[in-house]
Design a protein around this ligand. Structure first.
Ligand code: FES
Length: 129
């Protein structure tokens, strides 16, 4: 699946970030800040229920962050996130501005997401959830 055009998302107003600067609130198109913003759930809990960190989510997030840096991808941000409430499907990653969700299992999956989604602009359908 080819990613939707950024322009159509701007028209729909779904990619704006609320910014606070110099005492003023304003909306800035997200793509002026980042082309892609990745959120890895790295939540952990010890009550025996499913959580992303039980699959090594933090180390996978760290791997992704280093790969983005090594590849010198511009305007790409890789962040940790708390629970994204899709625990039983985890480990979960969501990429904006499209809001595409992935379940990954390995560094090879992360490499494929970076190459296909971030570089070629194509969703990795086999990992999409
Ligand atoms: S612990 Fe990751 S989605 Fe809930």
């Amino acid at each position: 699946m080819k990613l939707p055009l950024i322009a159509s998302q701007i028209e729909a107003g779904v990619d704006r970030a609320l910014c606070f600067s110099h005492g003023q609130l304003s909306f800035t198109p997200m793509t002026q800040i980042y082309n892609y913003h990745l959120f890895f759930c790295t939540h952990s809990r010890d009550d025996g229920t499913a959580h992303c960190e039980q699959h090594g989510a933090q180390s996978m997030r760290d791997y992704a962050k280093q790969r983005v840096k090594d590849l010198k991808l511009k305007k790409v941000r890789v962040n940790n996130a708390g629970c994204l409430n899709r625990c039983n499907l985890g480990p979960m990653l969501v990429i904006y501005p499209e809001g595409i969700w992935y379940r990954y299992e390995s560094t090879q999956d992360i490499d494929e997401i970076i190459e296909s989604h971030l570089i070629q602009g194509k969703v990795v359908e086999r990992l999409q959830r």
